[in-house]
Design a protein around this ligand. Structure first.
Ligand code: SF4
Ligand code: FES
Length: 274
């Protein structure tokens, strides 16, 4: 099939970027979008040109590495599908596909279609874990979990951290991602002891990274390849308000996010211990 790829090319964050068109006259409809870029890159390398930078790892919709905009839609037109799983047969013969990186202040561009998503890692580091004492393996049934809680936690845990929710949101909000990471731990009994502090710290870090606020537009869940529901944002807000009240005497020492990420390469680590 014939396709025309119009791809954002930008050497670095400080360099000027522009769209460059690449005709693909012999694309195989069974190729994935990333395989199509592989073929294009082989040709660019053979021609002595710079290949298009894009991220990928599992190519199975699991790792969350891949992701860019296709014709203005994060991960492209197929619902609940990452670009690594999106095959060309879903496009029309002769169609022009405009490929752009995620555009958000908290995801600074690295090159072409690759952005720096370490802000997500810092949100996880700020509280997205469960503290457990190591020792012998606990009995599988020592802590009973209701079917409903297990299902809701599992649904939230499906988030792969791809960043499509941020890219789709007009506010560049990371509320769906952060809500999913808070919810999948807070719903389970093992995650409840740190539930209040976790919500406070992760929301504080999310704000410090420069993500916008959530105004309930819903674009995020619409493009999410794992169909994370908006419910996790409501749950995050609830946990945050409850945590703010319960931890009101300790707020200054509880919430101390990493800061200064965006003003330069220096990342000041300023974490509070409980
Ligand atoms: S919530 Fe969905 S879109 Fe956002 S990072 Fe997780 S998987 Fe990606
Ligand atoms: S490459 Fe892992 S989700 Fe796409």
């Amino acid at each position: 099939m014939r396709l025309k790829l119009k791809i954002w090319r930008q050497q670095s964050r400080s360099a000027a970027g522009k769209f460059v068109s690449y005709p693909m006259d012999d694309a195989n409809p069974d190729m994935s979008m990333l395989e199509c870029l592989d073929v294009l890159n082989e040709r660019l390398i053979e021609a002595g040109e710079d290949p298009v930078a894009f991220e990928h790892d599992c190519r199975e919709g699991i790792c969350g590495s891949c992701g860019f905009m296709i014709n203005g839609v994060a991960h492209g037109p197929l619902p609940a599908t990452t670009v690594c799983q999106l095959t060309l047969r879903h496009f029309k013969e002769g169609q022009e596909l405009v490929l752009e990186p995620w555009r958000a202040r908290a995801f600074p561009l690295i090159k072409d279609l690759v952005v720096d998503r370490r802000s997500f890692d810092r949100i996880i580091s700020s509280g997205g874990y469960v503290s457990v004492s190591t020792g012998s393996a606990p009995d599988g049934n020592a802590i009973l979990v209701s079917k409903e809680s297990a299902d809701r936690a599992m649904d939230a845990a499906a988030c792969i951290g791809c960043g499509a929710c941020v890219a789709a949101c007009p506010n560049a909000s990371a509320a769906l991602f952060t809500g999913a990471k808070i919810a999948h731990l807070g719903i389970l009994p093992q995650g409840k002891p740190e539930r209040d502090v976790r919500a406070l710290r992760m929301v504080a870090q999310m704000n410090a990274e420069g993500f916008g606020g959530c105004t309930n537009i819903g674009e995020c869940t619409g493009v999410c390849p794992k169909e994370i529901p908006l419910e996790v944002i409501a749950a995050m807000n609830r946990d945050y308000i409850r945590g703010s009240w319960r931890e009101r005497d300790n707020l200054v020492t509880t919430i101390r996010p990493f800061t200064e990420w965006s003003t330069g390469s220096k990342l000041k680590v300023d974490r509070a211990t409980e």
